[in-house]
Design a protein around this ligand. Structure first.
Ligand code: NAD
Length: 258
């Protein structure tokens, strides 16, 4: 039985009701977890308002700004968890960013700046958040991040984000080895293509979705809810023996050769 009652779960990466993180937060909440949410702050407070209204039905007991490029904000999140929750059980890392111009055209045109930005936000942030999480995951825990096939195989236009996902997936393995002795498990979900704010920046995302619908064993792509259910599994005791893995939630697309 998948039961997350009594578990404190921090979910990053909710931007709107299409976000994969929103699908995950809903499924963790449905399984009984106490939810905390971080949002990306902006000057006009738009995300704070929008995300706050969206997540209100889940009664989040924490709602905090966290730009993963800002160490002070990251530290503040874990200090607040220590103070208000006492311990953290689940961390969902569900965020990524690359400049739009780096998600189309030739990979060889990626600028140094664009490369560093994509790797910093999309890959290094997992390590930075995991470092904070281990200070409050005093009773063990589960960390889940989101990746994509473009980190393993060449997908047109995914470009620098593919390199970032590759770094992210290897970070999952190193973090799993680091944190395993503290009974903290670290896994990734490799989701099939879904239309979201972030994916709409990738050139030809609709073509990618149509290709999956035509060729994946299940002849469709996946939903945020399906990814959320897999995340709930990876955060629950049902997956207590699993760490350092990449679980494909992609209608089976990854197994196809032709
Ligand atoms: P999304 O746009 O809904 O979510 C991306 C999130 O990243 C947003 O909430 C945004 O605020 C956040 N973010 C960006 N820069 C940040 C920063 N500096 N600090 C903190 N947060 C920041 O899109 P999504 O598709 O739900 O993306 C979530 C994750 O899923 C990403 O890692 C993405 O690569 C991955 N993923 C998406 C797909 C897909 O097809 N949509 C497939 C596989 C994996």
């Amino acid at each position: 039985m998948l039961d997350l009652t009594g578990k404190n779960a921090l979910v990053t990466g909710i931007a709107n009701n299409k976000s994969i993180a929103w699908g995950i937060a809903q499924q963790l909440h449905a399984a009984g977890a106490n939810i905390g949410v971080t949002y990306l702050p902006d000057d006009k407070g738009r995300f704070e308002k929008k995300v706050g209204e969206l997540v209100a039905p889940l009664n989040p007991s924490l709602f905090l700004p966290c730009n993963v490029q800002d160490d002070a904000q990251v530290d503040q999140v874990f200090e607040t968890i220590q103070k208000d929750w006492g311990k953290l059980d689940i961390l969902i890392h569900c965020l990524a960013f690359a400049n739009r111009e780096d998600l189309t055209g030739d990979f060889s045109d990626t600028s140094r700046d664009g490369f560093n930005t994509a790797l910093d936000i999309s890959a290094y942030s997992l390590t930075r958040l995991a470092r904070g999480a281990k200070t409050v995951m005093t009773e063990g825990g589960a960390i889940v991040t989101l990746t994509y096939l473009g980190g393993v195989k060449v997908i047109p236009n995914y470009n620098v984000m593919g390199v970032a996902k590759s770094a992210l997936e290897m970070s999952v393995r190193y973090l799993a080895a680091d944190l395993g002795p503290s009974n903290i498990r670290v896994n990734a979900i490799s989701a099939g293509p879904i239309r979201t704010l972030a994916s709409s920046a990738v050139g030809g995302i609709l073509d990618m979705i149509h290709h999956v619908e035509a060729t994946a064993p299940l002849r469709r792509t996946v939903t945020q809810k399906e990814v959320g259910n897999a995340a709930a599994f990876l955060c629950s005791d049902l997956s207590s023996g699993i760490t350092g893995q990449v679980l494909y939630v992609d209608s089976g697309y990854e197994i196809m050769g032709m």
